[in-house]
Design a protein around this ligand. Structure first.
Ligand SMILES: [Zn+2]
Length: 246
């Protein structure tokens, strides 16, 4: 059945809140589905007003909660972000809370506890997603560059020119380098990790400018440059689920 519109809605009662994806369709009745990934999905015909949809979801509150609890016990991956207030985003090793703010000017800022998404339409999923991702990309660019310059300065004895920094989605690695092209590439997801972990990945990559392989000499140099690298490596591996490696 053709979807007319999609939005993210929230209902709340004394025992908590439920966020659901709501679609308008050419159908006769309201449908509710709780998916195995923990998302709640509701569709309704055009004739039903939003208040009635919310009331319907609230009437199923206990059923939805039970279904979600059962699924979460099955070790199923967490839901994708819905970009609603109260959700967590991991930023530099800290859990920040999303706070969606209705505003005429659209931007994102952060006070160390909350990440505020200022947006004209607070129910517009794609806009919020784009705003947050753009902000995270800008932050990554600034923070990774700063750390790269700091680590680069420690390699003064090796006469390495400051490489070009690329930030990419990388499926299986934290970082990589092309010493002959003077390029270091970092995984976008490193912005979730503490700064000392980002630093460790850069130390590793800069050591490759001296020793291209993971030879004994490579690890000897890494040990000299960053004596606690093994501890930081473990903390990086413990920071994130679905961890890449170097
Ligand atoms: Zn390596």
């Amino acid at each position: 059945m053709k979807t007319i519109s999609t939005e993210i809605r929230k209902v709340r009662n004394n025992s908590g809140e439920i966020t659901f994806t709501f679609e308008r369709k050419n159908i006769k009745n309201i449908n509710l589905r709780v998916r195995h990934n923990g998302s709640v999905y509701v569709s309704a015909p055009k004739s039903v007003c939003e208040e009635d949809v919310d009331a319907f979801v609230l009437s199923k509150f206990d059923y939805i909660r039970n279904a979600l609890d059962n699924f979460s016990n099955n070790d199923i991956p967490k839901t994708e972000l819905q970009y609603v207030s109260g959700e967590n985003v991991t930023f530099l090793g800290k859990n920040m809370r999303i706070n969606v703010v209705k505003d005429n000017r659209e931007y994102v800022n952060c006070d160390g506890v909350y990440v505020y998404i200022h947006v004209k339409r607070t129910d517009y999923y794609n806009r919020k997603k784009n705003l947050l991702n753009k902000w995270l990309d800008e932050q990554s660019d600034i923070i990774f560059s700063e750390i790269m310059q700091k680590v680069h300065s420690k390699f003064g004895a090796y006469n390495i020119s400051l490489p070009e920094l690329k930030i990419r989605n990388m499926a299986s690695r934290w970082g990589s380098c092309q010493p002959y092209k003077s390029i270091i590439t970092l995984n976008k997801r490193l912005i979730e990790a503490p700064k000392n972990c980002i630093e460790y990945v850069l130390y590793h990559e800069f050591c490759h400018f001296v020793h291209p392989n993971h030879s004994k000499q490579f690890y000897e140099l890494l040990q000299v440059m960053l004596p606690n690298w093994q501890i930081v490596k473990i903390s990086l591996e413990n920071t994130l689920i679905n961890k890449p490696y170097i």
